[in-house]
Design a protein around this ligand. Structure first.
Ligand code: HH2
Length: 303
């Protein structure tokens, strides 16, 4: 296996570049994300910042905005290239929360982190929250529902924010009940291609779009593994790919470990995702993932 991309620097946000470009082929090399232009010549680490009482991976640890802000600052110190702030859990079986409650959770965190020189993503599937986030200067909107409604597209299309389009079968309340596909890789790839084309038809520049197959979102273990193993099929769609597998049941199935004990498995999963071509990995453990990527690069790549 070969590491396809250069690896993250430590402790600093990605340098802005003033080299805008256009066209599908250029989209893979540069991500336009609000205030930032992020070169994709090395994998980027997206640190997870939950402001929820019920996230699967850290339930109850980041209930208050102050706790989440402290955690986010620690992730920046560890070398996060961007932060993903979420005010609603999307774990299997999670109930939805009202939009205003989600806004109330994320608002202080977004405000406190704005001046830290790191791109801020907001993880939401609600157009009301998207509108709030882009008005407050969020650099990316990460929609686990993949911008499937006209309201969601309208909320973000004219903004400068990057858009992470994720595939999910069903919704979090029911998605793991009985995932069904004839050919999971083809169906996910074609779903994401259609959403990418729809966004571009609404005026979203190619350089603002990121695609994510949605590991654990309405997929069995075998289907999750197939999506990572055949990531090359998704790369052909021509947008940078984000993978989130940190601490998920995918890792639990392979290691037999509970969610609190999946650090090593998650780091190995992040390496596998990057080796398969992921441009961004969404992780809870930024420092450990960064170190693993640096060691692997040092041992496998020429300078
Ligand atoms: N996974 C989770 C949440 N958001 N967004 C993208 N684009 N890709 C993912 O794989 C993804 C995501 C679930 O992880 P977490 O935020 O830790 O849990 P919860 O949803 O319970 O807060």
């Amino acid at each position: 296996m070969r590491l396809l991309r250069r690896l993250p620097n430590s402790g600093s946000a990605p340098a802005a570049t003033d080299a805008p470009s256009d066209g599908r082929s250029a989209a893979i090399g540069l991500l336009q994300a609000g205030r930032f232009q992020l070169p994709l010549d090395r994998p980027l680490l997206m640190g997870v910042v939950n402001v929820t009482p019920d996230s699967f991976s850290d339930a109850g640890r980041f209930v208050s905005p102050a706790q989440s802000i402290d955690h986010a600052l620690a992730l920046i110190d560890e070398g996060a290239d961007l932060l993903d702030i979420g005010g609603e859990s999307t774990r299997p079986g999670a109930p939805t929360v009202p939009a205003q409650q989600e806004i109330d959770r994320i608002a202080p965190v977004l405000a406190a982190l704005a001046g830290h020189g790191v791109p801020l993503s907001v993880d939401t599937r609600k157009p009301e929250v998207m509108r709030y986030a882009v008005a407050e200067g969020a650099d990316m909107i990460n929609d686990v529902a993949g911008f499937g409604s006209p309201e969601a597209v309208a909320a973000v299309a004219a903004s400068p924010a990057a858009l992470c389009v994720m595939h999910m079968q069903g919704d979090p309340a029911t998605m793991q009940a009985q995932p069904r596909y004839v050919d999971v890789v083809t169906e996910v790839v074609e779903f994401l291609r259609a959403r990418q084309q729809n966004l571009e038809a609404h005026g979203v520049a190619a350089q603002r779009i990121v695609l994510d197959p949605g590991i654990g979102f309405g997929k069995t273990q075998a289907q999750n593994q197939a999506l990572i193993r055949h990531l090359d099929r998704l790369l052909e769609v021509g947008s940078p790919v984000l993978i989130g597998l940190s601490r998920k049941s995918l890792i639990g199935h392979l290691t037999g470990r509970d969610v609190a004990d999946r650090l090593v498995g998650s780091v190995a999963g992040a390496l596998a995702a990057v080796a398969s071509g992921a441009a961004i990995v969404r992780v809870h453990d930024v420092g450990a993932t960064r170190d693993a990527l640096k060691v692997w690069q040092g041992l496998t790549q020429d300078d």
